[in-house]
Write a new protein. Structure first.
Length: 206
C-alpha cells in the first residue's frame, strides 16, 4: 500500500502533480497533515511520521521514502508505463538521475540562498549561483523543448516546481521562461493547483 503525507501549497504539491501525470490516484492514499509555515502558521503534526515533521513523505508497505527527488524516482520506477522517467538500462537514465540529484544538491540551495540574500565564498564555491543555474538550464533547452529532449518528464516537473513558489527566482532568459510556460500549460499543473485549493478550503485555511 502507498500512502503520501501531504500538505497543500508545499513541496508535496509536486508529488500530487506527479501522481496526476502517472494517473495513479487510485493507487495512493493521500493523508493531509499540517506543517510549520514560513509565516508562522501551522505546526508539526503528530500524525506525520516524517523524521523532520515535513512533507512530502511516501510510505510503501511500511517503508518510508522522504525527499522529493527520492519519491519522484521511486514512483517513476514503480509506475514506468507513463514514461515520466527513463528506467534502468535506458541510455538516458544517467541524465535523468543527474537532474533529480542536481535539483536537491544545487538548485534548492541556490534559490534559498537568493531568497535569504546570503552570500559567502564557501557557499558560492559549493553550490555556485543563479547565473550558473541559469546557464545549465539554457544549455539543456537549446534545441529541445524539455530537459530530457522532446518529452516532458519528472525531471521537468521537479525542476520547474520552485519557480511556482518562488517566482522571483525564475531565471530571466527566454528559453527558460518558454520552458516554464510549456510545463505550466500541461493539464496536471491546473489540476494540482485546483487540488491544493480544495485541500486548503477543507483544512479551513482558505
Amino acid at each position: 500500500m502507498l500512502t503520501l503525507y501531504y500538505s497543500p501549497m508545499s513541496r508535496a504539491s509536486r508529488i500530487i502533480r506527479l501522481i496526476d501525470e502517472l494517473d495513479i490516484w487510485s493507487e495512493i492514499e493521500i493523508r493531509r497533515v499540517s506543517v510549520a509555515r514560513l509565516d508562522g502558521a501551522g505546526g508539526q503534526d503528530p500524525s506525520n511520521p516524517h523524521p523532520d515533521g515535513k512533507v512530502p513523505l511516501l510510505v510503501h508497505d511500511g517503508v518510508e521514502i522522504w525527499e522529493s527527488n527520492a519519491i519522484i524516482l521511486y514512483l517513476t520506477d514503480l509506475f514506468p508505463k507513463a514514461g515520466m522517467g527513463p528506467v534502468a538500462g535506458d541510455p538516458l537514465r544517467g541524465r535523468y538521475l543527474s537532474w533529480l540529484a542536481w535539483y536537491g544538491n544545487v538548485v534548492e540551495p541556490v534559490i534559498v540562498m537568493g531568497a535569504a540574500e546570503l552570500s559567502h565564498p564557501i557557499l558560492t564555491a559549493t553550490f555556485r549561483g543563479q547565473a550558473e543555474m541559469t546557464e545549465r538550464l539554457v544549455r539543456a533547452l537549446e534545441g529541445s523543448p524539455f530537459l530530457m529532449g522532446e518529452q516532458f518528464t519528472a525531471a521537468d516537473l521537479l525542476m520547474v516546481s520552485p519557480f511556482t513558489w518562488a517566482p522571483a527566482s525564475t531565471p530571466d532568459h527566454p528559453l527558460v521562461r518558454a520552458w516554464i510556460e510549456r510545463c505550466d500549460a500541461r493539464p496536471s499543473a491546473e489540476r494540482t493547483a485546483r487540488y491544493d485549493a480544495e485541500q486548503l478550503q477543507e483544512a479551513g485555511v482558505a
